[in-house]
Write a protein that binds this ligand. Structure first.
Ligand code: HEM
Length: 621
């Protein structure tokens, strides 16, 4: 490779090398290329602000990615589950339960297989201090939102999207009979409803796990681990059968554009419908329509194909469209910096279609990956619904009134175009402390349970052995903090943290520490600690998946399928199924940015038109 001659070239080269060099770097690290100093050093503390120093900073990041890939991809099985048989069709099609993606270890990444770890197994045991400090007290003191703090550089679509992705990736099984009993304080308003304790169901441990494995208790995924659209298609054959029409490869959707409803629950019939709300309703409708549009395209190219052939191919293509949107649209929006844009484009361009690489461990999502995606503060407590024609407010709809079975009714009452536009014009909550949606602090689930999700987020990490903040950072080769003031310049917050955690930084919970991190790169919607897990797991989901590497080609996807993926992005998907929004999206290249054309976004091609539109909008409102 030609070496960079100037500082600017070096900066670009380093950005690119974050992704490009990953496959080669572990070998270099193993050979001691990075670290030739064996002298023991005093533990460095504090947040390393690598972003303030672009050259050294980027080298620091490259080193971190190398180390994480080498040391932090850890299998949680003493013995990996035995193979299942694969049908002949599995070579070119995803299986409903995620088996047979890896043809050597055929259960890899499938439903019911354990989450792996990004920390050493010895550091991954359940926390013996499950109730200390009391998670509900932390929720009330450090999470409660007075007024929403918004991410003004993102549209609210970004919130709906990430939960839609989480529902493709991971979910744990809860016990129906065992509960963690969290004591409620005398003045806790939840007492009126719940009595002395908030009861949080225990996470079910994998029934095949025994302490004789000498590993921490392990937990299985209720969904496939792969990036395969299982939130739409289900993670088992029975659910897959419920969502299909069995005609021309299509998925079920009503004439009205709504998903069919399960008369028993009032919830939509889809691959995964837990924790349902308006944002998920919109996403599922869009991508069911996308699937059906792909099936139509394939049918016109291959009129003799069976329903099964059309379905399987459309699923492959639709899943790749979603993975691409996450990589080139969502990620560069939430990590809104020029480096991220360059790196994520390279991630898609270079990793997709490259060679499969499992590194040292069978692929699975990890307990720490689940932990960092607990991004509940992104949720608002209400959305101002606007009329797309006039820009005037129709009404403010609370999240409670958009949740569970109420979601489709909002679209029926207000119309998809108005709701889509309103999501484009409102913003997510910031991933910071004291910004947790009130709706989720007193969440009434359809089965009658009441949960405080902020307390749940804390207790889950402790229960599942995700280390507390400082230990998690040590595990990720990041310096721990020595004082709460290392986290943030917000002195009031530092004082509160000291009080809640008894001035002991080692007690700080991972989820709380990440939200408290006030020192972040400019434009980063989440913390540097979260980002590190992300740097190792984001490329891994591509690199481990046969259908994004060796089999990401015209033979498996068809030339038309590859072309569809190449030409698709989130804007195109929205417009394909909601053409009435052409005007609103005319100047919005990436719908995860605000649709407010006052700030024409970075991909707006026509700057003159952008200025004209901005002027027009000023007069319209
Ligand atoms: C109306 C919106 C939402 C509701 C009602 C909701 C509710 C829930 C519930 C009930 C759980 C399971 C709790 C348990 O462990 O017992 C959960 C888990 C989770 N949620 Fe949410 N949530 C919402 C939005 C979001 C959003 C926007 C994100 C952003 C990424 C998110 C990420 C997660 C993650 C990562 C988990 C852990 C899954 C697991 O344990 O495997 N949720 N949520």
């Amino acid at each position: 490779m030609k070496m960079p001659a100037t500082r600017a070239q070096l900066r670009r080269w380093l950005s690119a090398s974050l992704i490009v060099a990953i496959p080669a770097l572990p070998g270099m690290a193993m050979a001691g290329w990075w670290d030739n100093n064996d002298e023991p050093e005093a533990e460095e503390t504090g947040i390393v602000k690598w972003w303030d120093d672009d050259l050294v900073g980027q080298l620091h990041l490259v080193e971190s990615v190398v180390n994480l890939n080498q040391n932090n991809l850890i299998d949680s099985y003493a013995e990996f589950p035995a193979n299942v048989d694969c049908p002949d069709s599995a070579t070119d099609a995803r299986q409903p339960d995620g088996t047979c993606n890896d043809l050597n270890q055929t259960r890899m990444g499938s439903k019911g297989v354990r989450f792996g770890r990004n920390v050493d197994l010895s550091a991954g045991y359940p926390d013996p201090e499950l109730m200390s400090p009391n998670p509900r007290m932390i929720s009330r003191e450090l999470m409660t939102r007075d007024e929403i703090k918004e991410v003004d550089f993102l549209s609210y679509w970004a919130t709906a999207w990430i939960q839609f992705m989480v529902h493709d990736w991971m979910s744990h099984e809860n016990s129906e009979t065992e509960f963690h009993e969290v004591p409620l304080a005398e003045d806790d308003p939840l007492r009126a409803k719940l009595g002395d304790t908030l009861d949080i169901p225990v996470t079910e441990v994998d029934p095949t796990w025994t302490p004789y494995e000498n590993t921490p208790p392990a937990y299985v995924n209720r969904l496939t681990h792969w990036w395969d659209g299982s939130q739409l298609y289900g993670s088992d054959a029975e659910t897959a059968a419920q969502v299909r029409t069995f005609q021309d490869g299509k998925l079920k959707i009503e004439e009205s554009g709504r998903l069919p409803t399960d008369p028993q629950t009032g919830l939509p019939v889809t691959g995964f419908n837990d924790n349902w709300w308006l944002g998920l309703q919109m996403m599922h409708e869009l991508f069911v329509k996308e699937h059906n549009a792909i099936a139509d395209m394939l049918k016109s190219e291959y009129p003799n194909w069976s329903d099964e052939q059309l379905f399987n191919k459309a699923r492959l293509i639709n899943a790749a469209v979603m993975a691409k949107i996450h990589t080139i649209d969502w990620t560069p929006a939430i990590l809104n910096s020029s480096t991220t844009k360059a790196v994520m484009n390279l991630d898609w361009e270079l990793v997709a279609g490259g060679d499969k690489n499992l590194r040292e461990a069978p692929f699975s999502l990890t307990q720490e990956f689940v932990a960092v995606y607990r991004m509940h503060p992104l949720l608002r407590d209400s959305v101002e619904m606007l009329d797309v024609e006039s820009g005037q407010t129709i009404e403010e709809v609370s999240t409670k009134d958009q949740a569970f079975a109420a979601a489709p009714g909002v679209l029926d009452a207000l119309g998809s175009e108005n709701v889509y536009y309103s999501f484009g014009m409102s913003h997510p909550g910031q991933l910071t402390l004291n910004n947790f949606p009130k709706f989720l602090q007193n969440l009434e689930l359809p089965d009658g349970q009441t949960l405080d999700m902020a307390a749940v987020d804390i207790i889950r990490d402790r229960e599942r052995g995700v280390p507390r903040y400082n230990d998690l950072r040590r595990q990720l080769d990041m310096p721990p903090i020595a004082d709460f003031a290392d986290l943030t310049p917000d002195e009031e917050m530092v004082a509160k943290l000291r009080e809640v955690y008894d001035n002991d930084v080692e007690k700080l919970d991972a989820v709380v520490g990440q939200l408290a991190e006030g020192y972040r790169p400019e434009g980063f919607g989440f913390s540097d600690t979260t980002f590190r897990i992300f740097t190792v797991m984001a490329p891994r989901r591509f690199q481990a998946d046969r259908f994004y590497t060796n089999d990401f080609n015209e033979r498996v996807y068809t030339p038309e399928g590859m072309d569809w993926i190449k030409k698709s992005n989130f804007r195109k998907v929205i417009l394909r199924h909601t053409p009435g929004l052409e005007d609103e999206l005319e100047l919005v290249g990436n719908p995860f940015f605000p649709w407010d054309t006052d700030s024409c976004d970075w991909r707006a091609r026509d700057k003159l038109n952008c200025s004209w539109k901005r002027l027009k909008n000023r007069f319209r409102r």
